[in-house]
Design a protein around this ligand. Sequence first.
Ligand code: ATP
Ligand code: MG
Length: 557
Amino acid sequence: MSEASKPKNFIREIIDADLESGRHTTIVTRFPPEPNGYLHIGHAKSICLNHGLARDYKGRFHLRFDDTNPAKESTEYVESIQADLRWLGADWGENLFFASNYFEQLFEWAQHLIREGHAFVCDLSAEQMREYRGTLTEPGRPSPYRERSVDENLDLFRRMRAGEFATGAKVLRAKIDMGHPNLNMRDPILYRITHAHHHRTGDQWCIYPTYDFTHGQSDAIEGITHSICTLEFEDHRPLYNWFLEHLPTPSKPRQIEFARLNMTHTLTSKRKLLQLVEEGHVSGWDDPRMPTISGIRRRGYTPESIHEFCDRVGVARRNNTIDLALLEFCLRQDLEERSLRRMVVLDPLKVVITNLPEDAEEWYEGPNHPANEAMGSRKVALTREIYIDRDDFMEDPPRKFFRLGPGREVRLRYACYITCTEVIKDEAGNITELRAEMDPESRGGSTPDGRKVKGTIHWVSAQINVPIEARLYENLFLKEDPEDVEGDGSYLENLNPDSLQVVAAFGEPSLRETDFSLPVQFERKGYFALDPDSDSEQLVFNRSVSLKDSWSKKAGK
Ligand code: ATP
Ligand code: MG
């Protein structure tokens, strides 16, 4: 999508107004992942949005790790997240931050709230706290520890930090309003005791600030102007603002919520994706069936196709579910223009061309792209024995089938015409081989008499080829909504048992010297990306997407 045609969204309208009124002269956005898993396609939407705004408004984009929960976080995730952002082209330049860098400042601000009478140390257990909290229809009750003196609170809080108390024994809470209609405002927790090793601060801390107490203040420290997050944080906004009002922060960022990306047949919860990995339902975070950025990268998705997808999805304030077919459409559209063409037979059926000698070896030239001569060409070898795809032959073809059948003539792409003369079967009646005759006059793909054939099929020499492994993927979940289960069933029931099919296939000889930096179109079969499992012996390919476009049809284009 071109810049000019990018629709104005409500966030851009807010920013335009802020720039016009002089409230801001430059804008600063951030992407704030918690390093507790790999990023998925939903995060890509947030990255494209935040990075795209900073780029378009010539502002700044920060990458900030929201690393306040040591138990679930690790440097493996910190590194994978950075690799994913780089791949997407979301450049944070110098602006790499960690919330853990602000622990000292946050501790300072917590003491400030205590001194102002806005925070207290509470000894209620988690269960008691739930009871005291009330419900949406009933107000909460104040904690019996709510009226501790400032001095006692300061002393207890410092001793919490010093490690005098066990994990979970006490918390620091804001003193706001136990009758507040918004549950987030009923004396929310600011700090918990967790005796755990942190991947950056080591054993320096045994108290950790909560998400709510960390996020807005980190935004304020970094001078973030527009703190964009998903709708589930809407109810946290009053608290976000309450901290900014009650603390001497260097700036006052504004939280803006937008609808998260949901997609059919797809899970976008790190916790559930972790479960798929840990229980071995997939081969890892980067399994090409995973909606993780590393998974779709391995599958063959391009950054360009992801950006196009995010542009088309747009930014809204209402939750909806995007059709997975749109993501596939964006990739197909990108690759259609840019990818090289090659012939590969995925389900081989041997054809013997009886009027070619045993040692025949004829080389034909095929363009690398049918519509772009500048992309050059490659040579394909025709020999007496070739493979065609089994579904390009029918013994008793229906009227609209224009491919090979007994007595029928087709064009072998780039090479010549052949007519099927004999069908050979095994004892069980399965077709094991075909015999055919080539019209010698048709070499090069047409005949002097201008005779037309209705079908052109792809093929590979059975003697000069590159054996490959092809991994064919279907949706990981059978149902559009993976969570659609009866009773207390699990989304795991909806896993598609046939989401991966591995086939031994044959490719044309030029596969040995093809540039696979982009997926390649295996003609008539789909786009395929070289998998890192490949070695000098065996090339392995992932089907990135088939050629069949279900999106345009559905969208009526
Ligand atoms: P979890 O799924 O484990 O609850 P999360 O996906 O919210 O966590 P974070 O690391 O906190 O994980 O997310 C970083 C940023 O990405 C947040 O600003 C969050 O709002 C945004 N984000 C997460 N999921 C989506 C989504 N599906 N669509 C758009 N943005 C998302
Ligand atoms: Mg989150």
